[in-house]
Write a protein that binds this ligand. Structure first.
Ligand code: ZN
Length: 142
């Protein structure tokens, strides 16, 4: 962890505070290019946008996928106020971003939140037809 890492994490925390002040969950993130320049910043806007996917990490991953070539994405770092959730982690992986630095772990966040109402989550059944489901995928990836 460098001094620049800490500086960019503190900026992510400022964005998280800004999100909260704007009526949204308290999360913020920014992308920094390989040259150390800030590329783009985002805040959670899931309440004001009425969009359950409006996490800053997902917005930045989508931005990187659109705007950066693979080499630039690999050199970029996402600084984020909290460890990305599963949804965002999947998008970050697909974006090709090279590094994520977070200030608060998912476990530390969970300690600050009330427990889930049901704790049941979504029912996930499968794999149900693995042989048939493999057919459209086979040969797609080099
Ligand atoms: Zn997320």
């Amino acid at each position: 962890m460098t001094d620049d890492d800490v500086r960019f994490l503190r900026r992510a925390l400022e964005l998280a505070i800004s999100a909260r002040e704007g009526g949204n969950p308290p999360f913020g993130s920014l992308l920094v290019g390989g040259d150390g320049a800030v590329l783009v910043e985002e805040r959670n806007s899931s309440v004001t946008d009425s969009d359950i996917t409006a996490h800053p990490e997902l917005k930045l991953a989508r931005w990187a996928g659109r705007e950066l070539d693979p080499a630039a994405a690999a050199e970029a770092t996402m600084y984020t106020s909290c460890q990305p959730c599963g949804m965002c982690a999947g998008a970050i992986e697909r974006s090709g971003l090279g590094r994520v630095v977070f200030a608060l772990s998912a476990e530390q966040l969970a300690a600050l939140k009330p427990p889930p109402v049901t704790g049941l989550g979504v029912r996930l059944d499968g794999p149900a037809l693995p042989d048939e489901a493999a057919v459209p995928v086979e040969g797609y990836y080099p």
